[in-house]
Design a protein around this ligand. Structure first.
Ligand SMILES: NC(=O)C1=CN([C@@H]2O[C@H](COP(=O)(O)OP(=O)(O)OC[C@H]3O[C@@H](n4cnc5c(N)ncnc54)[C@H](OP(=O)(O)O)[C@@H]3O)[C@@H](O)[C@H]2O)C=CC1
Ligand SMILES: O=C([O-])CC(=O)C(=O)O
Length: 443
């Protein structure tokens, strides 16, 4: 049984080689000095084999003999059953599958990822004909937990899940990634200043931006979830100059979903009747949930909900602080609904936006039509043709109520940007944040 005859589903293996690499008969490889300060060189063989290719298209590994990692320094590896090779010739249905996509999830051992990974693997996100390779990015402290997550993925028997690998080095894990869902970040602890959080998490996103820039697909789409997500996304994109800034998103879809739910509740309608909801600005308590342009059953919200005081005060504050109320009740921050909103955010980019509607995403401001400061990551109304890209919606009304609040959230993001200048390559940081700067989950 040769590899050329069969379609192995999982080939992400390392071979430890002597340092005289020139004598190694390799076809394609990348050399990394690996983590933990170990001096050994490891050569990664890139066989580029996916389950969807016909046997004749399968690239033979020629002289490459896959070898299990020689020691624990090899931390990104195919996991368990995902290292097995299969004969898929008999599986007619796989012939109609698309080619494999590579999706990285960071903070893969965390609470949000524990929901998200299973949605990705099930086909709910990218579709029932889309095989997927999941790369789980974690850290030394979470490595065992990553193995536990990978074991659960094994035991779930998802037909579309063709590869799972785990790793702690973003330069390995991001290689050729087409989607990077950046969830991992340090949560803000009691007494911690927001400026400190910006710095600690900013460093994570600076490093990941550099790694994406170095090894990810040039068309990778990046969704930053870890907080403070807008500024983390800005740091990430600034460190990835060779990837279009437009490919970076900060997750504000959870806020949009929360806003839709509250409007539906007040109007006494099912929430699928609520459309055109924009979250403007920062994923923080300064965010602006827009009821001015939102619709219920196609009718402007203000015509359906005539209680202006409720809209301006209660609704706005309820959405801004929803995360905090949930933490009080649940004892931890939103995880399942956040994962759902990440799925919604991805699906909004890979399926055409319904006629007349839009979705919110934190995107890089570069020629926006609303007069928002340029060069920040600001949540705005977007539409997509379903090709992974988006355009900003132009015909939204920005009245005095919105404008005043947009200024506040904009000022907060500009202040956050100044705090992380050392991480974006824009000089020395100067951190002077407004006192009430908080995440939605903070009280
Ligand atoms: N944008 C949004 O709408 C929302 C964003 N969030 C944010 O998402 C992020 C993840 O939330 P959740 O999954 O619930 O959190 P968890 O605490 O469950 O997981 C977070 C993961 O982040 C990783 N991490 C990275 N760096 C650090 C560090 N320095 N200290 C501790 N952990 C670190 C950890 O993994 P490892 O050890 O492998 O690195 C951990 O598994 C948070 O920043 C949260 O605020 C949450 C809800 C909504
Ligand atoms: O504040 C947090 O960490 C959680 C969060 O983002 C939210 O619930 O919207």
């Amino acid at each position: 049984m040769s590899l050329a005859e069969f379609s192995p589903c999982s080939y992400s293996r390392y071979q430890t080689l002597p340092s005289n690499l020139s004598s190694a008969p390799l076809t394609a490889f990348h050399v990394h000095a690996f983590k933990r300060g170990r001096s050994k060189l490891h050569v990664r063989r890139s066989l580029n084999i996916t389950c969807s290719v016909a046997p004749s298209q399968v690239q033979s590994p020629a002289t490459a003999v896959p070898v299990r990692p020689a020691d624990e320094a090899n931390k990104q590896e195919c996991y368990g059953v995902f290292c097995t090779t299969y004969d898929l010739k008999a599986e007619e249905k796989t012939k109609t599958w698309k080619s494999l996509i590579r999706v990285v999830v960071s903070g893969a051992a965390g609470m949000i990822s524990n929901h998200l990974l299973f949605k990705l693997a099930s086909g709910e996100v990218f579709g029932p004909d889309q095989p997927i390779a999941l790369r789980l990015l974690g850290s030394e402290r979470s490595y065992q937990a990553l193995e536990g997550v990978a074991m659960e993925l094994e035991d779930s028997l998802y037909p579309l899940l063709r590869e799972v690998s785990i790793g702690v080095n973003p330069y390995d894990v991001f290689e050729d990634a087409e989607w990077a869902l950046l969830v991992g970040a340090k949560p803000r602890g009691p007494g911690m200043e927001r400026a400190a959080l910006l710095d600690i998490n900013g460093q994570i996103f600076a490093e990941q931006g550099k790694a994406l820039n170095a090894v990810a697909s040039r068309s990778v789409k990046v969704m930053v979830v870890g907080n403070p997500c807008n500024t983390n996304a800005l740091i990430c994109l600034k460190n990835a100059p060779n990837i279009p800034a437009k490919n970076f998103h900060a997750l504000t879809r959870l806020d949009e979903n929360r806003a839709k739910c509250q409007l539906a509740l007040k109007a006494g309608v099912f929430y699928d009747k609520v459309s055109n909801v924009t979250i403007w600005g920062n994923h923080s308590t300064t965010q602006v949930p827009d009821f001015v342009n939102a619709k219920i059953n196609g009718v402007p919200v203000k015509k359906v909900i005539t209680d202006t005081k409720w809209l301006e005060q209660e609704f706005t504050e309820r959405v801004q602080k929803r995360g905090g109320v949930l933490i009080q009740k649940w004892g931890r921050s939103s995880a399942a609904s956040t994962a759902v909103s990440i799925v919604d955010g991805i699906r909004s980019l890979i399926t055409p936006t319904p006629e007349g509607d839009w979705f919110s995403s934190g995107v890089y401001t570069n020629g926006n039509p609303y007069g928002i400061a340029e060069d920040i990551v600001f949540s705005m109304p977007c539409r997509s043709k379903g090709d992974g890209d988006y355009e900003l919606v132009k015909d939204v009304v920005i009245d005095d109520f919105l404008r005043e609040r947009l200024k506040k959230t904009e000022a907060e993001l500009i202040a956050e940007k100044r705090c992380v200048a050392h991480l974006t390559g824009e000089g020395n940081a100067f951190c002077d944040l407004p006192e009430d700067t908080m995440l939605p989950g903070e009280q």
